[in-house]
Design a protein around this ligand. Structure first.
Ligand code: NAD
Ligand code: UDP
Length: 311
């Protein structure tokens, strides 16, 4: 198949492109390089089945393809808030463009949605039937509400134009190819620990997240795309929940760091807890995360060491 991966030069996208090439597909990687990097796909450029196009999904594009994975959107709170309007445009205008492309080419389209659609959840763990608790006018809204609108657009194109859709709600995912300046918690803690700088826990560190290694996530996305039974949304994530203080301690230990742990104010609307209920993914996709999270942290530490010229 010829598969379009938007956001393909980003963290998850670059792993997905490689995974799809290994399955024997042709891959068109489309990215505006806002948060992604050519470094992430450098090793794929010589592959005759791989093609890179620098393009912003906010502008329409004509491409022939059989499947579309739509990942184009900054994902780190630091980056998506840096240009909030670009973020909301990617999730609205960009989503419409990609759905239009899917409609014209009859391609199946999978949207990389997020656990952020649940906001600060009042239900725990979060199931797909929960409608969420999201601030519509806050600093995270460009992303949270953007992704909610994107899901709405997916469903409306499906109902009105019979576009073949799949929606996955991704929970915090990490691994190599995350940018050193990404600003998300795993990369911040690792880069700080490796340089023996203070590890910056926001708030008192009691807020929780559940971290999934990237190879598990990519497998889940692929399974969701290639089954005929349901369109989603489906949660993809690792239910192994931990507090940010525990994470800071663990990263410091695994990095052999002398860093102290410091506390600074919690950013506005920062969700207090997050853990996926993955029963649906288990039932429909026969998918559970298998990669040991601790080993995942070690792999990411080794990757960051190289990026920081410490190895
Ligand atoms: P990332 O920032 O590394 O990747 C996003 C990619 O999209 C980058 O390469 C960026 O340059 C590109 N991009 C951004 N706006 C674009 C635009 N308008 N046109 C073309 N390209 C554009 O982040 P990631 O962690 O790899 O996230 C990928 C997708 O998965 C995002 O849609 C994100 O919302 C979703 N997601 C990620 C996580 C996670 O924990 N990593 C969790 C939930 C959802
Ligand atoms: N966080 C932190 N220190 C950092 C970066 C993030 O304590 O240097 C916290 C942040 O406040 C949040 C959690 O870690 O509670 C996860 O943040 P991230 O930006 O990775 O993603 P989110 O899940 O909030 O979208």
């Amino acid at each position: 198949m010829r598969i379009l991966v938007t956001g393909g030069a980003g963290f998850i996208g670059s792993h997905l492109c490689e995974f799809l090439l290994n399955k024997g597909h042709e891959v068109i990687c489309l990215d505006n390089l806002f948060t992604g990097s050519k470094e992430n796909i450098k090793h794929l450029l010589d592959n005759p089945n791989f093609e890179f196009i620098r393009h912003d999904i906010v502008e329409p594009i004509r491409i022939e393809c059989d499947q579309i994975y739509n990942l184009a959107c900054p994902a780190s709170p630091v980056h998506y808030q840096y240009n909030a309007i670009a973020t909301i445009k990617a999730n609205t205008v960009g989503m419409v463009n990609m759905l239009g492309l899917a409609k014209r080419t009859n391609a199946r389209i999978l949207q990389a949605s997020t656990s952020e659609v649940y906001g600060t959840p009042l239900e725990h763990p979060q199931t797909e039937t929960y409608w969420g608790n999201v601030n519509p006018i806050g600093i995270r809204s460009c992303y949270d509400e953007g992704k909610r609108i994107a899901e709405c657009l997916m469903m409306d194109y499906h109902r009105q134009h019979k576009v073949d859709i799949r929606i996955v709600r991704i929970f915090n995912t990490f691994g190599p190819n995350m940018a050193v300046n990404d600003g998300r918690v795993v990369t911040n803690f690792i880069t700080q620990a490796l340089q023996n700088k203070p590890i910056t826990v926001y708030g008192d560190g009691s807020q929780t997240r559940s971290f999934c290694y990237v190879s598990d996530l990519v497998e889940g996305m692929y399974r969701m795309m290639n089954q005929e039974e349901f369109i989603g949304p489906v949660n993809l994530g690792n239910p192994a929940e931990m507090t940010m203080y525990q994470l800071a301690q663990r990263i410091a230990e695994l990095s052999g760091s002398k860093s102290e742990i410091t506390f600074s104010p919690l950013p506005k609307d920062d969700p207090t807890r997050r853990k996926p209920d993955i029963s649906l993914a288990k039932e429909k996709l026969d998918w559970v995360p298998k990669f040991d999270v601790e080993q995942g942290f070690k792999n990411t530490i080794e990757y960051m060491k190289k990026k920081l010229y410490l190895a």
